[in-house]
Ligand binder design. Sequence first.
Ligand code: PLP
Length: 394
Amino acid sequence: MLELLPPPPTDPLWDLTYEFGSDERAERLNLVLGVYRDHTGRTPVMAAVREAEIRLAERSESKEYRGLSGNTAFNRALLTLILGDGGPQGRAAAVQTVAGSGALRLLADLICRTRPGATVWISDPAYVNHRPILEAAGLDVRTYGWRDAEGGFDAAGVLRDLAAAGRDDVVLLQGCCHNPTGVDPEPGDWAALADLAARAGWVPFVDLAYHGLGDGLEADLAATRLLAERVPEMLIAVSCSKNFGLYSDRTGCAIVLGASERAVRHAETALQNAARTLYSMPPEHGAAVVTAVLEDEGLRALWREELDLMRGRIEANRSSLAAHLAEYGWAAQAASLARQRGMFSMLPLTPEEMLRLRRQYAIYGTTAGRINIAGIEAGRIPCLARGVAGVLAG
Ligand code: PLP
């Protein structure tokens, strides 16, 4: 049977990561995957997470099966975290998932069960896994533009493209810190998008993977909350991978907002059924940790402090890179870079130039120009700037 398998495509980001692994140059810099690193170059376990893990181990709870929605205390805590105190939790349900990717896939399945073959609009460019996940669930994918010629958010272009989205369509939007561009809409742009969704009747599907790492937790959730206020139905995929540093614990949830209690209950059951056929139930550990952090005032405050610290470091890295590039004489490129948000930045380099950056300077970003600005020790920013400026100079 396996002999019949044609060579399948491999994952381009992991391919680059493996290539990096066999690069023996001492100065090599891996900025491919979206993983935060501190000033020592490590991806730390957050102190609030560590303390929650110690407490959980001491309590040594049973590892009995959880229900089909996973950890329900986690789901409640995440609903409040995302929608806010006094938010529309009354018309929402959450199901714990295998991280943000699992939430995207379960919600894609839900769309397919409701509207087989429905069209989902994604940004161009989009997170590399958006299209594969949606298509694997059987959905049709169309794209809307995202950036203008100067590298900023193309408000008019996005509204123009999405004018073609109809009431049976779903529009996937990243709630903050757009991956891969780092370019986000301004609050007024989000209001215009919410108006368009309410008028045209399409369902917003918000992907939240970086809340807390852009302008601050509340600011990063403002667009999601605004949409939730304005539209009757909405889907939200939440990842705890980056903002709790729980990458390998695969922690997240799928949230649905509906117009009636009945619709929400049915959607929740459909999500549980989808999970049942994929992996049955999500892993408990990360969800238990997040719940322990969010339910304890002290741990929650510590987590917020650490999250703010991470955000500050990312921002400092970005401004430092922009300042160095400006000093090399690339002022316009530096200004565009400085406006970006979140873990990723798009370098103003073509795919060929990204290849040169890799070959000549041992700096690994994606072929499209994305680098993980959160993955560099501050002391290495000058090397990165030197490499980028060297490639720009030709
Ligand atoms: N959505 C976006 C935009 C992402 O960038 C990522 C991860 O990089 C995810 C979802 C999925 O994250 P995870 O499955 O690791 O929680």
